[in-house]
Design a protein around this ligand. Sequence first.
Ligand code: FAS
Ligand code: PHB
Length: 390
Amino acid sequence: MRTQVAIVGAGPAGLLLGALLHRAGVANVIVEQRSAEHVLGRIRAGVLEQVTVDLLREAGVAARLAEQGLPHDGFELSFDATRLRIDLQALTGRHVTVYGQTEVTRDLMAHRRDAGLTTVYAAEQVQPQGCDGARPAVTWRQGGREHRLQADFIAGCDGFHGVCRASLPAGALSTFEKVYPFGWLGVLSDTPPVSRELIYGAGERGFTLASMRSPTRSRYYLQCPLDDRLQAWSDDAFWAELKRRLPPDAAAQLVTGPSIEKSIAPLRSFVAEPMRFGRLFLAGDAAHIVPPTGAKGLNLAAADVGLLARCLAEHYGGSDAGIDHYSARALARVWKAERFSWWFTSLMHRFPDTGAFGARMQRAEFDYLCSSAAAQTALAENYVGLPLAG
Ligand code: FAS
Ligand code: PHB
């Protein structure tokens, strides 16, 4: 089998890259280790930056998003019982859109199927080959035999635990990592959200996030110990703790119901540099991870592949300037999102070593936000998403 760009991974990065390349007339094949059902079953992100919405529209995949996406002009911070609304629209002239990553993935998969593009699901032992040469390939096993896909380039869109970054020779990359000493316990429920906008809460019992997927489907998160186990969290226990942590008037609005998904996610900051090795390009979680506090993970993945698709199309148009600068341009934006996500996580969570002084610093930061339009603008412009690299 042969194509122009072999994409490893059918998450949002791989699927969006495939759609953008197809639109630019660049042939591509996606090789995914899991089944399509498994990929669709993941409950992840919920907030899209305008950059992401624009890329989905450019890829021709934004029809349902336009109908069902919820524009959000602001969100709330609550510190103990004090609440502050961050008015994104007034502070930046922009907004974000609430639309679940699951739905983005569903739309991208449907688009790929309707366009008749090749996606290999349930591929075993996927392996990039010859990335430092002129004829890279991806091999895998399926149906009891080996398969080989020859390509001009490979896009490693296979997430944090993928094979592409892991297959690079020692010394090819520099990595930077911070693992947070807590996780997020997430619950999805078909209950009306407690508030029309997201509420990010901080308090002595830990972080809380009240989010949503639609006016009838809520998504909640509680900061939990790293060694916490799902078995310790019945629905009743979750709702009771959420009520303790929400601001009182929001807690009074809480409608509880059976969880339709419950999971614990670890939090980490991670960057691998550079995001290119020969004819292999890394994009999305394969290259970087942010704590979900700032809602940046999915949006960074989209921005990476929006840039990579343009660079690869330019290559086939006769110029390698784009691919030669892809890594540096992508990383310039990645590091700013890493900083914001780390800052927001540090502000809103209780760390084992926060202590009395640390708690005062967090409260002082919140009080400064309450008193300063400049501070709120800085938060807002990072939350709606920094401009794409020029
Ligand atoms: P993904 O991990 O989504 O996709 C990679 C794909 O590659 C997967 O389908 C995987 O099966 C496949 N793959 C892996 N190894 C392979 C191999 N060897 N061969 C072939 N295929 C392989 N972000 C937010 O903005 N907000 C959130 O609330 C949020 N919550 C999250 C919760 C969890 C539990 C996790 C893990 C992440 C969360 N994220 C969140 C971040 C998440 O949304 C990612 O940023 C987003 O999925 C990135 O997309 P991809 O880069 O496509 O990686
Ligand atoms: C979500 O709805 O899953 C969500 C929203 C905002 C975040 C993180 C997660 O910052």
